[in-house]
Design a protein around this ligand. Structure first.
Ligand SMILES: [Zn+2]
Length: 343
């Protein structure tokens, strides 16, 4: 791998949007690269991601047959490879990915993303929270409304829609910005402190998956039986009992044994391809830092708001439905993520 990289060759795995592989080299996929440039330029000019997606869809530009997902666009905007830089561990390679986005534009976009993610809360996070919030008293959705404070200042409030529609609910309104920040901080803290549970569940799932799908046990058993049968025929031959049928059977068994040997090697290699506790935990920590909205969307089922408390209901990694359109799912994508983990 190291040599492959130092030669400037592609080391395998998934090739990101805008590139393709030719003769072991990463080359620019011209049409898609134009779209990457477009995404960067628009974002750098201050166009919202949702509007960039609208513009792409209007142009008839899709990603694997579907309109671009927000996460996909963000992943494109955050990927340094587009600026020609590929980092692996501590090393930097500038000879693998041809530059699609000039360094100035890339840096400008990176700075903007950092502000959106770490400074003000990203509007997408807030949006996700809003969809998951319900009135704790009557179960109605809560929605934001504009109101005017005593000093004439405009303020946004969350109100129970049930109360608004006269169902008799007494839930009082709450300041939008205060509530959203409070909810968000709590969710992030909860996710951090529940990380062990999440990782344990995923490890269990992984073990079950490997157990249920592993053909290894069956193959090893079959191999043992084949070896026994070969031994029996060999003993018979040693005792002078050679027949054409026995020789033919011996050759068949030997071929079978070789084939089983090969399959066992493949199965062993596959079950060795297992994520460790550390890898899973690192992945979620990184995801929580860099894309909290993704984790919130997947792990939070519902937030029930009361006047004096809130109840956050989490999906367990086992029961939640996997939605591929969001560009993320627990088990399979976690496996795939192996390839791009440290990049
Ligand atoms: Zn209510």
């Amino acid at each position: 791998m190291r040599e492959t990289r130092s030669k400037g060759n592609f080391t395998g795995g998934f090739i990101i949007y805008g590139y393709k592989v030719e003769n072991h080299k990463v080359v620019i996929d011209q049409d898609k690269a134009e779209m990457v440039k477009f995404i960067y330029e628009q974002y750098a000019m201050g166009v919202y991601v949702k509007d960039i997606i609208k513009a792409l869809t209007a142009k008839g530009i899709f990603n694997r047959g579907k309109p671009f997902a927000r996460n996909t666009v963000y992943n494109i905007l955050k990927n340094e490879k587009y600026s020609g830089i590929y980092r692996h561990n501590e090393e930097v390679f500038d000879n693998i990915y041809p530059q699609i986005v000039d360094t100035d534009t890339f840096n400008k976009v990176r700075a903007k993303i950092d502000i959106n993610h770490y400074g003000k809360r990203s509007t997408e996070v807030v949006y996700l929270l809003r969809n998951k919030m319900k009135c704790g008293y009557c179960g109605s959705p809560v929605s934001a409304e504009c109101g005017t404070a005593k000093n004439g200042e405009k303020k946004r409030y969350y109100k129970c829609l049930g109360r608004k529609n006269g169902n008799g609910c007494k839930k009082s309104q709450a300041r939008k910005d205060v509530l959203e920040n409070y909810v968000l901080e709590n969710v992030i803290t909860q996710l951090q402190s529940n990380m062990d549970y999440i990782v344990n569940t995923l490890l269990e799932m992984q073990d079950d998956y490997i157990k249920a799908n592993s053909a290894l046990t069956r193959l090893v058993k079959e191999q043992r039986q084949t070896e026994n049968a070969i031994q029996n025929i060999m003993s018979a031959i040693e005792c002078g009992g050679t027949s054409n049928t026995a020789m033919k059977r011996l050759r068949e068994l030997e071929t079978l044994s070789e084939e089983l040997e090969k399959q066992i090697r493949i199965e062993k290699a596959q079950s060795a391809f297992k994520l460790s506790r550390q890898e899973i935990s690192d992945f979620y920590k990184l995801a929580l830092e860099q894309s909290p909205q993704m984790l919130i969307n997947y792990l939070i089922k519902e937030i029930r708001l009361f006047d004096d408390k809130m109840v956050i209901i989490y999906n367990t990694p086992k029961t939640m439905s996997l939605d591929e359109s969001q560009g993320f799912s627990f088990i399979r994508k976690t496996y795939r993520t192996r390839f791009t983990f440290k990049t």
